[in-house]
Design a protein around this ligand. Structure first.
Ligand SMILES: CC(=O)NCC[C@H](N)C(=O)O
Length: 126
C-alpha cells in the first residue's frame, strides 16, 4: 500500500516547474502500479502545445477555466471544474489556461516523474 500527501512533494525532484505549468508527480513508474498520477497547475494566461505520442493521458479539471484545441480538426472544448478529457488518440493539442487550472492527470505508460515537453511537446518512452 502507498500513502502520500501532496505537501511532501514541494521542492522535490517530483515537483517540476515550467513556464506554462507545474506538476507534482504523486505516483511514477518506479512505483510499479502501471500508471502515473500527477497534480498539475496550468498557469493563467498560458498556451502549451502538447503531443503525447508515447502516452495516453487522462486529465480531470478540479479548479479553473480554460480550453483545449485539437490541432488536426480545430475543435475547441471548454474546460471547467468537472471536465475530463482523455487523449486516447494521442491528439496533438493546444492547452490554454484562461485562469489558473488545477488538473489531475493520469499517464499510461507511467512517467518517471522528471519529464518536461521536448520541442514536439512530447515525453519520451522510458
Ligand atoms: C494537462 C497537461 O498535459 N499538462 C501538462 C503537464 C502534464 N500534465 C504533466 O503533469 O506532466
Amino acid at each position: 500500500m502507498i500513502v502520500r500527501n501532496i505537501n511532501d512533494f514541494t521542492g522535490t525532484k517530483f515537483d517540476v516547474d515550467t513556464e506554462t505549468w507545474s506538476s507534482k508527480r504523486l505516483l511514477v513508474k518506479a512505483d510499479n502500479v502501471g500508471f502515473s498520477l500527477h497534480d498539475t497547475i496550468i498557469k493563467a494566461g498560458t498556451e502549451t502545445e502538447i503531443w503525447y505520442k508515447n502516452h495516453v493521458e487522462a486529465v480531470y479539471c478540479i479548479e479553473g477555466e480554460g480550453e483545449i484545441e485539437v490541432l488536426a480538426t480545430g475543435t475547441i472544448y471548454p474546460i471547467q471544474p468537472g471536465t475530463l478529457y482523455v487523449l486516447n488518440g494521442h491528439e496533438k493539442h493546444l492547452l490554454r489556461g484562461k485562469s489558473q487550472m488545477r488538473m489531475i492527470c493520469v499517464f499510461n505508460p507511467p512517467t518517471t516523474g522528471q519529464e518536461v515537453h521536448d520541442a514536439e511537446g512530447t515525453y519520451p518512452l522510458n
